[in-house]
Design a protein. Structure first.
Length: 729
């Protein structure tokens, strides 16, 4: 909340806000394109359903004619029977979309006017100045969006029975002026009575068409299974049915895309007209800023969803989802923001876009050059419209989790959002420190192994300080050379993996294409020689990389040893707490790094198994199956060994369940030896988890080491643009 807001009483502030919306905007005439779009849409509304119903009627009539009038004597009984069956199945597939429900999404929560009186009053005032009907209900959801819709669907079509849905992250991340503009845009849709109704009907019809054309469910699976399992004569007719279903869907898809193009064109005209309402109320400058803000909030929401997947795996969920989204906006990487802005500048509106591009919309807003009627402090947050926005967000967040997670939701998962934000921000800073500290990406399967002395009392602080300085200087002198070595190492490792895949396939007697595996020939001798040379190349490069990696280990070890001295950690802000945290995770970091280094053989087996499986479609030889079983046995052995390695260790990071073990987090169960899918899934899952833990642990260590160097007068190194090698991804 801004300082200006805090100086005024809530009553005075609300009166001032309402006073800013005292004059109605100039009436916006319906554009010629809008009228044309409405006419075309009206025609499409008549033609498209008639085409659809006509196809159903044609198939129904065919079924009736074959059943009643087909000359039985001239028809083979099997042909007559199958024709009827095919016709009935086609008919069922065509009418199925009428009974299919909409995709499951989180249900918006309806707000009570008694709970949010000022919001309802403000919405009514805004509707008045844009000459739009007042919505009968206001709902909130988790989207970075606001929308106008018919409250009861088709039942509300002939009445002004409308509902307004507002995304809570939108409210939390926007100024009042920006949100008011967005709402004015939606109320602009409310004022488009005929167009809004026409678009709703055509969009609903298109939904049916797309479901009829593209929806796949258990019915389709049943047909395909039946075709495979029935006797040949019946199977042929089932395949014929599948063909006719496909052909029918192809026709419906063509009609659906035509209808979609028409409705999208209409939609774009509606958006342009609704934009004018936003511009007249909030101004051209606010329109541009709100477009950019919505883009940023959408990026932040995607980042939040990714982060929350990790939080949930660790038994945590923020108790305020919208706050978590808004807090992620400053964390959007600069490069990502630049890429998105560049994409938006180059983007062009397509036939099937429901909205014009932001560039086109902002250009039109600037052309209008309208300051807007709203004269109000631009720093006022949109949250002032609500009685207690934080409380509302927490209530809605809990309901949202219950609906999405269902039985997996427990109240114990909820943690204060401030704690989750602080934890996330600390990890982000640690990640930045990791890149600064090493100035290079060390391949993920060559994790640094910290010496055991790092956990022991420091015998000679001066020697450690000297090691810290000298190893840092020597490391920096080698960083460019190390970058080159990692690129070469990555290429050599890729060569080794591909040639190993070729080798295991060739041993099954299967002929391979040499160029697919970066080979000069598909002869066994050439393949084996390539594997040998690639392995030697990897080993040679690894030995050359050791100098830099040993210096990095020595530098990190010295810094973490020095951190344990009172005279050092007392020079660091919250140094003692940092020291305690590092002392706790050092043994875990050593264990996890050792486990990661041991994953390389597992990776090799996984790649070989995947290569063999890719040949099953074209080869079913006994040798291939035996080789697959051999790789499965090896993978099972590797996973069992991995689980044994983690048996006695606790999960090293913060987890909601304090008894969580490393094994239960990374690989709770080793699938059965015969469970191919389970073995593959467990391998990927465990590798991703253990490598993720390692990166986070080493990032924490690098952050602490950087603080120690600062205490010795060595400033953090500058950020370096790093492009991770494929082997580290």
């Amino acid at each position: 909340m801004s300082k200006l807001t805090s100086r005024r009483s809530p009553e005075a502030l609300r009166a001032e806000i309402l006073a800013a919306l005292s004059e109605p905007i100039e009436r916006i005439p319906v554009s010629p394109l809008y009228r044309v779009g409405l006419a075309v849409t009206a025609v499409a509304m008549l033609i498209l359903p008639l085409l659809y119903l006509g196809l159903i009627a044609l198939i129904g009539h065919t079924i009736w004619w074959v059943w009643i009038h087909a000359p039985i004597a001239q028809w083979d009984p099997w042909v007559r029977f199958v024709t009827l069956i095919v016709g009935v199945i086609l008919l069922l597939f065509l009418i199925k979309p009428w009974f299919a429900g909409d995709p499951q999404t989180a249900t918006p929560q309806r707000l009570k006017e008694s709970a949010e009186p000022f919001l309802f009053e403000y919405v009514a005032r805004l509707c008045e100045i844009v000459r739009a009907p007042v919505p009968k209900s206001i709902r909130v959801n988790t989207q970075v969006n606001a929308s106008a819709s018919f409250r009861l669907g088709m039942l509300s079509l002939l009445r002004n029975d409308l509902t307004l849905t507002i995304g809570l992250p939108l409210v939390g991340g926007m100024s009042l002026r920006e949100l008011t503009g967005v709402l004015a845009h939606e109320f602009g849709h409310f004022s488009q009575g005929a167009g809004m109704r026409a678009y709703y009907i055509i969009a609903t019809i298109n939904g049916w068409f797309f479901r009829a054309a593209y929806e796949r469910d258990s019915w389709d699976e049943y047909l395909h299974k039946a075709a495979d399992n029935l006797p040949i004569r019946l199977g042929i007719f089932v395949y014929l049915t599948i063909f006719f279903v496909w052909l029918t869907r192809l026709m419906l898809a063509a009609v659906a895309w035509v209808g979609h193009a028409i409705s999208c064109w209409m939609s774009r005209q509606m958006e342009f007209d609704a934009d004018l309402h936003e511009i007249r109320v909030a101004g051209s400058a606010s329109f541009a800023s709100s477009c950019r803000r919505i883009t940023d909030l959408n990026l932040a929401q995607m980042m939040t969803f990714d982060h929350m997947a990790q939080l949930l795996s660790e038994g945590h969920l923020p108790d305020d989802f919208p706050a978590m989204v808004v807090s992620s906006v400053p964390l959007i990487p600069k490069e990502l923001r630049k890429q998105v802005r560049s994409f938006e500048r180059e983007e062009q509106t397509g036939w099937f876009d429901t909205h014009p591009t932001n560039v086109d919309r902002i250009a039109r807003a600037r052309q209008e050059n309208d300051p807007g009627i709203m004269v109000l402090d631009n720093n006022l947050p949109a949250t002032v419209l609500f009685q207690d926005f934080k409380k509302l967000c927490k209530i809605f967040t809990t309901e949202y989790y219950k609906e999405v997670l269902e039985k997996d939701f427990k109240k114990s998962l909820l943690k204060p959002v401030s704690t989750m934000i602080a934890r996330r921000d600390a990890e982000v800073e640690a990640g930045k420190a990791l890149d600064r500290y090493f100035q290079a990406h060390i391949p993920i399967f060559r994790a640094l192994i910290l010496d055991e002395s790092v956990t022991q009392p420091l015998a000679d602080p001066r020697a450690a300080a000297t090691t810290l300085r000298s190893s840092r200087e020597k490391m920096l002198a080698l960083v460019d050379e190390y970058d080159i070595l990692t690129k070469r190492y990555d290429l050599a490792e890729t060569k080794l993996l591909l040639s190993s895949e070729a080798e295991v396939i060739s041993k099954c007697g299967i002929t391979i294409k040499a160029d697919q595996f970066q080979l000069t020939s598909n002869k066994n001798k050439v393949i084996q020689e390539t594997v040998r040379r690639a392995r030697l190349g990897v080993e040679a490069l690894a030995s050359k990389m050791l100098e830099f990696e040993e210096l990095a280990t020595a530098r990190l070890t010295a810094a973490l040893q020095l951190l344990q001295l009172p005279q050092i950690y007392n020079k660091i802000e919250n140094g003692e707490s940092l020291k305690d945290q590092i002392v706790d995770i050092l043994p875990d970091a050593r264990v996890v790094s050792s486990i990661v280094n041991d994953l390389q053989p597992t990776r090799m087996v996984y790649r070989r198994l995947s290569a063999l499986l890719s040949r099953l479609e074209t080869d079913e030889s006994r040798a291939l199956y035996e080789s697959i079983m051999d790789q499965m046995r090896k993978l099972h052995t590797r996973l069992t060994a991995l689980q044994d390695d983690m048996e006695d260790y606790m999960y090293p990071l913060d987890h909601g369940d304090e008894s969580q073990s490393l094994k239960d987090y990374v690989l709770p169960v080793v699938p059965d030896l015969q469970d191919l899918g389970g073995l593959i899934g467990a391998t990927r899952f465990s590798a991703e988890r253990v490598m993720g833990i390692q990166v986070r642990l080493v990032a924490k260590l690098a952050y602490a080491a950087e603080k120690v160097e600062e205490a010795f007068g060595m400033p953090p190194l500058k950020e370096r643009k790093l492009k991770p090698a494929a082997s580290s991804r």
